[in-house]
Design a protein around this ligand. Structure first.
Ligand SMILES: [Mg+2]
Length: 413
């Protein structure tokens, strides 16, 4: 029985997302770069137009500008946006199968064996998904369809952007074997050098080299690569597990006006905490660490965090714990604030001895009712008095703020 596996890869992901948010740059050369103020000004991603001029990931901004014969639009990376969109796209994948395994922010394997009976049906489903991602998000993907994860991944690289490639037991020798060995997953620089020295430069040559020779050259890895090259990889696609995937839940916003007082900060923390708590409850998660992130008007930012005494998913607790972290001597104003929670777990066995369980349950019930009302009538149906003190702040709607749910692979560059 053949398996049917897709590997879907969002094309030029960071740059494409930036073009979505700012369509005016769509037809220009675009490079997404690290934070220039923090001197992280290297190219992290580029669109096809910039690529055409030879702009590469890792180029300094100066190098990239030199290569580009037309104006190069530089955009500072907005990671929260990318994680937000990535999460939405993967949610679509999960409508087709529970077996969705992320490979970085923009790639995922889908095992669709249970949905289809043949390669032509698998190809059709891949096409359906590809078209859906364009119409729903305005983003293109390239998809590889095959009977193992390795060839599915290779397939998604063969034709891009916006294409689907089928690699079957019948055509793999023709499609895959001519490719350079470095195209194979896990053939890094060192392995590639060793193989090249031994005269093995294509995947086909690798496949036809006796396994024991590869083993003597590369150890256990040699055996694995031999399996890969022959299409004999049997590694399963992992089942999607949201709880495992989510490491932290956070919300941040650039305030509608610069904040000047403790009360204003408290109000914004309160709004953000409500949305963080709602999302925790939605996922049936509790948190044990609360973090507060602050960016001042000179664009300097810092994050402070502390572990709380007992796991919670209550907005009132998250908000007061986050506010406790705020110690500021007001020689500057505050431009942006974020509240993030981590140390996530499922329902804790018992509440802290010092916290009356009944009181906690009452609060939880109250907040759940508020969630329900807002779900039905919109966020603005209910507001805390502390928030209404300022007209601008009262208009802040956390549901319109970019959410950041950081998957396991999250890293801050
Ligand atoms: Mg990609």
């Amino acid at each position: 029985m053949s398996r049917f596996i897709l590997h879907s890869d969002l094309n030029n992901f960071y740059a494409s997302v930036e073009c979505l948010y700012n369509p005016k740059i769509r037809n220009k050369a675009v490079a997404v770069v690290g934070d220039q103020e923090k001197r992280h000004g290297i190219v992290l991603a580029k669109n096809y137009i910039a690529k055409k001029y030879g702009v590469k990931t890792g180029d300094t901004i100066w190098e990239a500008k030199q290569k580009c014969k037309e104006e190069l639009v530089l955009v500072t990376a907005n990671f929260d946006r990318y994680y937000y969109i990535s999460k939405l796209v993967k949610k679509v994948y999960r409508e087709y199968t529970n077996y969705v395994e992320s490979f970085g922010i923009d790639e995922a394997w889908l095992d669709i064996t249970e949905n289809v009976k043949s390669f032509s049906e698998a190809f059709e489903l891949a096409e359906k998904i590809r078209k859906r991602i364009i119409s729903q998000f305005g983003l293109t993907v390239s998809i590889g369809v095959s009977y193992n994860k390795i060839f599915a991944k290779l397939g998604s690289d063969l034709k891009k952007p916006n294409a689907t490639t089928l690699i079957t037991p019948q055509n793999y020798k023709e499609l895959v074997w001519k490719l350079p060995v470095s195209d194979l997953l896990y053939v890094g620089k060192a392995t590639n050098e060793k193989l090249t020295k031994a005269g093995i430069t294509t995947i086909g040559q690798l496949a036809q080299t006796p396994c024991r020779i590869l083993k003597s050259m590369l150890g256990k890895n040699g055996e694995t690569l031999h399996t890969f090259a022959n299409g004999a990889d049997t590694t399963p696609v992992k089942k999607f597990d949201e709880k495992e995937e989510i490491k932290s839940v956070g919300n941040s916003t650039t305030c509608p006006k610069d904040l000047k007082t403790n009360e204003e900060v408290r109000a914004v923390i309160c709004i953000l905490s409500e949305s963080v708590a709602r999302r925790l409850r939605e996922k049936n998660l509790w948190c044990s660490t609360v973090c507060l992130w602050v960016k001042t008007d000179d664009l300097k930012s810092f994050e402070v965090m502390h572990k709380i005494d007992y796991p919670t998913n209550l907005a009132s607790t998250i908000s007061s714990e986050a506010y406790k972290l705020f110690k500021f001597d007001w020689n500057k104003t505050i431009r942006a604030i974020g509240v993030r929670v981590c140390g996530l777990c499922e329902k804790p066995a018992q509440y802290n001895f010092f916290n009356n369980e009944q009181t906690m349950q009452k609060k939880e019930k109250f907040e759940t009712v508020v969630d329900g009302l807002r779900g039905r009538f919109g966020y603005n149906i209910l507001k805390r008095g502390s928030v209404c003190a300022s007209k601008e702040l009262a208009e802040l709607n956390p549901e319109h703020v970019v959410h950041s749910i950081h998957p396991t692979s999250y890293f801050k560059p």
